[in-house]
Write a protein that binds this ligand. Structure first.
Ligand SMILES: O=C(O)/C=C\C(=O)CC(=O)CC(=O)O
Length: 217
């Protein structure tokens, strides 16, 4: 694997956290390679010793870049923002910056970890759908409320930011767990706005090298 060459993203096609980073890399037009880590094969390759050395949390994503290995999707996206100023994904205005971080945190700390694979396995097959729906619903209600004052064309104003990188994969997960999205018109509008954006499209699970063929394009 290339430490000093092209960045290498340890990714899984359906991981919403790896997907956030793929969107940011694409928006910034940073060429990168993908090393798929199957979260399901043989109990999960993320638990293998070799991967634990890369990410002790045994999760994707991890990004090898500039001679460093970075973990945690928000950390990685902020690193990209700080080192690759092209196509900024944070606004200039300090209050808008706070709004972007707020929406990212609500999703990355307040929703996604509660419906993560490891948590759903722990919750058990019988309860997992109801559990995921509950926490996604609760979180998206908050996001919709926040967007009612921050959104323009996108989550915060009219420029694409890190908040959009977090929102779109979370909407996919909401659909996956059959959450009724009709109470969230702003979220749905932003999702429609971005679904065909090339950077978002290329990052979509169905366009990943490790997407199972039966899922299709
Ligand atoms: O069923 C699978 O294919 C395994 C894992 C995932 O989708 C990824 C997650 O754990 C959910 C997420 O990223 O929010």
């Amino acid at each position: 694997m290339s430490i000093m060459g092209k960045p290498l993203l340890f990714s899984y096609w359906r991981s919403s956290c790896a997907w956030r980073v793929r969107i940011a890399l694409n928006l910034k037009e940073i060429p990168y390679d993908i090393k798929p880590v199957s979260l399901v094969k043989d109990g999960g390759e993320q638990h293998y010793n070799e991967f634990r050395d890369i990410n002790p949390m045994e999760q994707v994503p991890a990004l090898q870049i500039d001679g460093h290995t970075l973990i945690q999707s928000l950390n990685i996206m902020h690193y990209l923002e700080e080192t690759r100023p092209q196509r900024p994904l944070m606004p200039q205005d300090v209050h808008k910056r706070a709004k972007v971080r707020e929406i990212c945190e609500v999703i990355a700390s307040g929703i996604q970890p509660l419906q993560n694979l490891t948590v759903l396995i722990y919750v058990g097959e019988d309860k997992k759908k109801e559990w995921a729906q509950h926490w996604i619903n609760r979180g998206l209600r908050a996001v919709e409320k926040l967007l009612s004052t921050s959104a323009g064309k996108y989550c915060v104003g009219d420029e694409i930011t890190l908040a959009d990188c977090c929102l779109i994969p979370q909407v996919f997960n909401a659909r996956r767990f059959q959450v009724d999205l009709r109470p969230f018109p702003i979220i749905l509008r932003i999702d429609r706005e971005l679904e065909n954006h090339p950077a978002f499209r290329a990052a979509h699970p169905s366009c990943q090298p490790d997407c199972p063929p039966e899922v299709g394009k």
